[in-house]
Unconditional design. Sequence first.
Length: 500
Amino acid sequence: MHDRKESFTMDRKELDSRLDKMFYPASVAVVGASDVPVKWGNLILTSILGWEFKGKVFPVNPKKDKLLGLPCYPSITAIPDPVDLAVLVIPAPHVPAVMRECVAKGIPTAVVISSGFREMGDEGARIEEELVEIARGGGTVFMGPNTMGIASAHGWLEALPTPTGPKPGGLSIISQSGNLGLQILKWVAHKGIGLAMYAGTGNEAMLHSDELLAYMGGRDEVKAIAMYLEGIADGRRFMETAREVTRKKPVIALKAGRSQAGSKAAQSHTGSMAGSHATYRAMFAQAGIVQVNTPSELLNVSAALTLLPIPKTNRVAIMTMGGGWGIIAADECEDKGLVLPQLTPGIIGDLDAKLPRYWNRRNPVDVVGEGDPELYLHVIGTLARWQEVDAVIALGIVGRSRYVEDFISCQERFDGKLYSRELKLAVLKAQIQSEDRVISGIGRLQKETGKPVLVVALTEEGLVLHQTDNGTVITLSTPEEAVGIIAHMAGYGRYLEGLK
């Protein structure tokens, strides 16, 4: 729920200090902790302990003396040590009383996981208003209620109902949907993108998305911020914050409710006016926010803007292993507003020295099925160093090792003796090493030129991150994925250039 009846006001410096305590706490209390595996109090406590949080953890449950090997306390006020963050996993009617205890103990921050507030009707709304009044009067800042929780990879904190375990990195996530937010967080962990912070905002009774955006935008470890939004209560305030943040780092937003049916569903889910899609599109463009339309696009574009150089223009060069890929990529570029400059005589002369005499001498550059990794790197390097473009897409140059694996399996089914297994494995190893050389070379080129090089592989794995000595190289499964990412990156790069 996101309608802001009364603006929560606190000096930015003071609020940032409180949020430091929330995302980087030295101690956490879990109120409603449990040893019953299906209960949220157990899920949250298990996630915190399982990720090896470095601070102190205090389970709170009046019916237990110990929980998961830790001393258990009957109340917040019974904890003898200072507490930076209280995570509340108790029935909604009991939350105000526990918040009073948090205030009395001087706990600066809380995350209210509990549901049963404004999203459930008038009585829940009354409890939520009481909760806000108590927290505001006592100086405790809380996230939620009705949230899946928060995470901080650099702080080794994961107060969530399911462990995800992302490695520390540069991407922060703000989500107005708990389930969708957790799905994206799982993807981030699985793909190895690297997380800075995650905030499930829940009902946003006190802390709002724009305040979290401002906080994350000011943290050095945060390189990009991904947002899932259903509604924005204070558009002017959000715009001002976004403009401030996007000058320093990219913000990528998925605004739900583009269709009439989706808009009605968003209003029902959040309780706020969703606003027209055209209004949000214009607002995001003015604020420099990169707008995407699907969760997978949010993940892919966020990964690229977190980990790769940002192009300054929309001018792109393409290298392809075959005509079909190049044609599809060229069509997609035109649809997405990307420009494919004609090759200059100098570039053509450089490539003539390496490519077969019958190559097409156009952008996209078709290397006509050549299989030499050094040739690939020469062509990609020539295009990346070309002053007329700011990004390169390379199609079909890795992933052939999967084809070799399939050939070996097929050959062994009908005649395993035709070639020795040692020979077949040696061929596979050579192909893998060849592809590794290409990926490493692209990493060097990205670092040298400051331009992104996206690779479309011959596999179905989607987004894959390859770590090299010179940074990350991203491979994808389709030309349209690569073109879409470059188009969004170029849009943000041109926005930054316009600010100069």
